[in-house]
Design a protein around this ligand. Structure first.
Ligand code: CA2
Length: 139
């Protein structure tokens, strides 16, 4: 089984800034933990600050992997192009947000991606990624 985790803009700063919102671990550290939790799953990870690069990765992987765990960062609230890409691919996509976007500014309450995803996990910190992978594993 192969699952691709995609993180969008600014998520490369995890563990370096705003620990009160996003925690104090880098995603690379957390990924090591995930690989230990899911030894039988091939976990691929991609982060980009560029919308086009995220689109290209979704297109490349979206017809072959067993699932995509997607935290599109702020593009969640702006990108019809990413929503179209999620809708176009055959792999199930789970939307994850580390923070509870519904407790934050109103502009974070709307997601163009949610209607195109199998489901969304918000506000559970990095645990959201683990839960999304568990769901995809059981399917
Ligand atoms: O809660 C999430 O996971 C978000 O996708 C994070 C995005 C934000 O724009 C979304 O509304 C919700 C922002 C990512 C910024 O990540 C940082 C991490 C550490 C330090 C600074 C920014």
């Amino acid at each position: 089984m192969k699952i691709l985790i995609i993180n969008g803009p600014n998520l490369n700063l995890l563990g370096k800034r705003e620990p009160e919102i996003y925690g104090n671990r880098s995603f690379e550290q957390f990924l090591e933990e995930l690989c230990g939790i899911f030894p039988d799953i091939e976990l691929d990870y991609f982060q980009s600050n560029h919308e086009g690069a995220l689109l290209d990765r979704i297109h490349e992987a979206g017809f072959t992997v067993n699932g995509i765990v997607l935290n599109a960062g702020a593009f969640t609230h702006t990108s019809i192009a990413l929503a179209d890409a999620v809708a176009a691919v055959t792999a199930p996509v789970i939307e994850v947000h580390i923070s509870n976007v519904h407790k934050r500014e109103p502009f974070r309450h709307h997601s163009y991606l949610s209607p195109k995803c199998v489901g969304s996990i918000v506000g559970l910190g990095l645990d959201g990624y683990r839960l999304a992978i568990e769901y995809l594993q059981r399917k």
